[in-house]
Design a protein around this ligand. Structure first.
Ligand SMILES: C[S@@+](CC[C@H](N)C(=O)[O-])C[C@H]1O[C@@H](n2cnc3c(N)ncnc32)[C@H](O)[C@@H]1O
Length: 209
């Protein structure tokens, strides 16, 4: 069994307790409107989904993509429990994702307007290529949001996160977004390296018109 399938059995009771308070802020940064279609890349157990469904008022489409069947099983259980019919979950390696995959999942043409990746680009191998490919799924004006942790200096908790989440917190993933977007914004959010392994940050930008 892959590590993230194992991790999924206790993710919501451990990691998510530390990150729950950031979710509303992360989804706000997307500036969603009713009917928008959002890709939640490396969506895990779906902790962003209640906020995404709320922000799109149950209209539009939310695509949760992750390569861990265990993580997606929990995201699927949440969607069933809540009766969401516009949340589509795909078991895919982010490195191979195409629009055709999203269209096959919902059975209709997809015009993606937003991408969010929370605690994902620090984990995904080849993250630069994945960022570029998913940024290019957006139309001009489409919005991309990254929420993650950055460690300038490594403290013991940075090593714990590396071991537990297989995350490389030295990656400055926002720089890739900054280099290709307009209306770029970056901020560190309240947090502590001794809890998060580094500093939580939120970055957003639009694909140039
Ligand atoms: C730390 S979790 C974050 C989950 C969720 N986005 C959140 O905010 O809690 C990282 C997620 O990335 C997924 N992941 C890692 N590498 C991936 C890849 N190459 N393709 C798709 N998902 C991947 C893992 O399965 C896991 O669910």
């Amino acid at each position: 069994m892959a590590w993230y399938d194992v991790f999924s059995t206790f993710y919501d009771q451990t990691v998510e307790r530390v990150y729950r308070s950031y979710r509303a802020r992360v989804v706000d940064a997307l500036e969603l409107e009713v009917g928008d279609s959002v890709l939640d890349l490396a969506c895990g157990t779906g902790p962003n989904h209640p906020y995404l469904v709320d922000a799109t008022r149950g209209d539009g489409r939310i695509f949760g993509v992750d390569f861990s069947a265990g993580m997606l099983k929990r995201a699927e259980a949440q969607a069933q429990r809540e009766g969401w019919t516009n949340v589509f979950l795909l078991e895919r390696d982010a490195r191979q994702l195409t629009v055709a995959d999203l269209e096959a999942a919902c059975g209709a043409p997809v015009h993606l307007s937003h991408v969010v990746v929370a605690l994902g680009l620090s984990v995904i191998p080849d993250w630069e290529a994945v960022f570029k490919a998913t940024f290019e799924l957006l139309p001009p004006g489409g919005r991309y949001v990254i929420f993650d942790i950055h460690a300038e200096r490594w403290v013991p908790q940075t090593w714990v996160v590396r071991k537990m989440a297989q995350a490389d917190l030295s990656r400055q993933t926002w720089r890739a977004l900054e280099a290709c977007s307009e209306d770029f914004s970056f901020e560190y959010l309240p947090g502590s390296p001794h809890i998060h392994g580094g500093r939580p940050f939120l970055a957003s930008g639009r694909r140039p018109e």
